[in-house]
Design a protein around this ligand. Structure first.
Ligand code: 16G
Length: 251
């Protein structure tokens, strides 16, 4: 069991946060297990109620713990690392041993406005099929995905059922589309009322807003505008050392 070091420059709430994280990571406190009550933590670590609450609040905000009103505070499932590769939702979930799901929310074909015409390099007015789906993992809502695909590359798409199917599989098998490049922007956002309801989140919860463009032979074939749960996803990336600063350090 960790100890609080009163002489350490590290704030006490942060030390308690580390202790609780160790307990979670060593699986002494497994997923969904209750953590000791605030009173117990105060006594065990000789801390004030305020300090304990601050540590717990932090872990709740970070998605490591969750509170159930009237019941206590529990260990949350670890977040999923957002893939920074061009994989489909289906592939990604299966690789993690989770069952992927897709519920159709809306399917429509709209004429490309100036923005979409530029993205897809088609004349304005060209038909673009929009597939709006709720993506689930083991039945739990994870993301709302809105894929835009020009009909020039997938003419029969509006008549193809997609519920619980992989869009990328359909694009490949029916239309011969195999993506060979992609780019993505990720921004922090707040779930609007509709997305919050679909994603089972309290209104105003944090989400990740993604815009992905996927290409084949240099042409954009899919623009996906998606809302992902920020309490279930995190981003991890390797950091490169800039060449210039490395050379400068050696001088
Ligand atoms: C990913 C893509 C999405 C694509 C979907 C297809 C993002 C960030 N990523 O989730 O663009 O439409 O995979 O998945 O939106 P599927 O083949 O399982 O339907």
């Amino acid at each position: 069991m960790g100890k609080i070091d009163p002489s350490s420059p590290v704030p006490k709430y942060f030390q308690l946060r580390e202790i609780l994280l160790d307990l979670i990571e060593d699986a002494e406190l497994p997923v969904d297990a209750p953590i000791p009550s605030e009173r117990e933590l105060c006594q065990r670590y000789r801390l004030s109620r305020m300090t304990v609450r601050q540590a717990v609040d932090h872990l709740v905000t970070e998605g490591r713990l969750y509170r159930v009103p009237g019941k206590g505070t529990f260990v949350a499932r670890p977040k999923i690392e957002m893939p920074l590769r061009l994989v489909s939702f289906t592939e990604d979930m299966r690789a993690r041993g989770l069952e992927p799901g897709a519920r159709d929310l809306d399917r429509r074909t709209t004429p490309a406005n100036a923005h979409l015409a530029r993205v897809f390099d088609v004349p304005p007015g060209t038909g673009v099929h929009v597939v709006e789906r709720l993506r689930t993992a083991d039945g739990e809502p994870m993301a709302v995905e809105r894929s835009h695909i020009p009909l020039t590359v997938a003419p029969g798409l509006p008549d193809t059922p997609l519920s619980d199917a992989s869009l990328y599989d359909v694009l490949e098998t029916r239309f011969g589309i195999v993506f060979d490049a992609g780019e993505q922007t990720i921004e922090a956002g707040i779930a609007d009322t509709a997305d919050a309801r679909l994603l089972d989140l309290a209104r105003g919860s944090a989400v990740l807003l993604l815009q992905r463009r996927s290409f084949m032979n240099g042409t954009c074939v899919e623009l996906a505008v998606s809302t992902y749960r920020a309490d279930r996803y995190q981003l991890h990336s390797a950091l490169e050392i800039p060449r210039r600063s490395r050379a400068a350090t050696r001088q």
